[in-house]
Ligand binder design. Structure first.
Ligand code: ACO
Length: 322
């Protein structure tokens, strides 16, 4: 049996840092409120001219180096992003060009904060079916571009960044299972209403920015992530105690803690970056993985549960042996 196994990870954050104290000078908020309600103390923001592909390129180069692979060995590129550089070509094609990769399939996946989990699930299918053997899977965002910096209920939450993995065919696991879901009925709770096809009048009225009914999204996220944990364990006949690491989407420390409680996991077994990164959407899970791999917490052979929830709504999980 062929599995898809992560052989290298990489991450990259823009240099510019925006602290809660900086935000206090921009909107009616406080460091205390942001920390207490979200766990966030700072986030990284791309400067003018710094794009999603720029961040993706740096993260990808690190992942390739960690895997001991060169760009010409990659036979599929998938980029999960909600904030592509341009309408087309896809950010995956732009990234291919930057890295000097030619000819293999390359495409973007748009599942907002669940994007990386979706991308990993799709890449896994390519590897298992023999359609690809060395895949670059990236989550990269410049979410700051779709944040209304005058709206205190959303602007304190988000940040920019990129994370990447190299996924290779292997006899040993590897990704064990991926569980992907969506329900478009909840569009009104979390969205950017403007867009190419709907038109730019809406955009001029502020529709180019994220709108979120935070409290309702919060409740849905907690219950849905609880369900995806149960689904993943049941599908694999595992107990909660079989999971070594929870690597959750980094939206809010209270949502992360609720999922950790559901798994009866101690906080030392949960990788948390939300305090330093904010919510980087599709980049949050691979950035957290990369941090935990590089600081030596996550070790080869350990069992990791990744989960995410985001706009769509979309949600999903990936269970893997690192
Ligand atoms: N500073 C100070 N006060 C604020 C701020 C702020 N930045 N933002 C909101 N408030 C106020 C509100 O106006 C409200 O005041 P009121 O009681 O006078 O009306 C009060 O704080 C409480 O607001 P709530 O929205 O009820 O606060 P809550 O505890 O729900 O926290 C938060 C808000 C942090 C947004 C939370 O609901 C949350 O994290 N939601 C989920 C976000 C998420 O996970 N999104 C999913 C992924 S995003 C994606 O897919 C792109």
């Amino acid at each position: 049996m062929t599995y898809a196994r992560i052989t290298g990870t990489g991450g990259h954050l823009p240099d510019k840092v925006l602290t809660n104290h900086d935000l206090e000078r921009m909107v009616d908020t406080s460091d205390d409120w942001i920390r207490e309600r979200t766990g966030i103390s700072k986030r990284h923001i791309a400067v003018d001219g710094e794009t999603t592909c720029d961040l993706a390129e740096q993260a990808s180069r690190r992942a390739l180096e960690a895997a001991g692979r060169t760009a010409d060995e990659i036979d599929l590129v998938i980029v999960a992003t909600t904030t592509p550089d341009q309408i087309f070509p896809s950010t995956a094609c732009l990234l291919q060009q930057r890295l000097g990769i030619h000819g293999c399939a390359a495409f973007d996946i748009q599942a907002v904060c669940t994007g990386f989990v979706y991308a990993l699930g799709v890449a896994d299918k390519f590897v298992r079916t023999g359609s690809a053997s060395c895949v670059l899977v990236v989550g990269a965002e410049t979410l700051s571009r779709i944040v209304d910096w005058t709206d205190r209920s959303t602007c304190v939450l988000f940040g920019d960044g990129a994370g990447a993995v190299v996924l290779e065919a292997s006899e040993e696991p590897g990704i064990i299972s991926a569980h992907l879901h969506a329900d478009g009925d909840y569009e009104s709770l979390l969205r950017v209403p403007g867009g190419v096809s709907k038109g730019y009048d809406l955009v001029q009225e502020g529709g180019a920015y994220m709108e979120m009914k935070g409290n309702e999204v919060f409740k849905m996220a907690v219950t849905t992530l609880g369900r995806i944990v149960d689904e993943t364990l049941e599908a694999n006949g595992l107990e909660k105690s079989d999971i070594d690491w929870l690597i959750p989407h980094q939206a809010n420390i209270r949502i992360i803690n609720a999922t950790a409680r559901k798994l009866r996991m101690s906080t030392e077994r949960v990788v948390v970056t939300v305090g330093e990164h904010g919510n980087t959407s599709a980049a949050s899970v691979p950035l957290a993985l990369d941090q935990a791999v590089r600081d030596g917490r996550v070790k080869r052979g350990e069992t990791i549960l990744m989960e995410a929830f985001g706009g769509g709504f979309t949600w999903g999980s990936v269970l893997l042996k690192y």
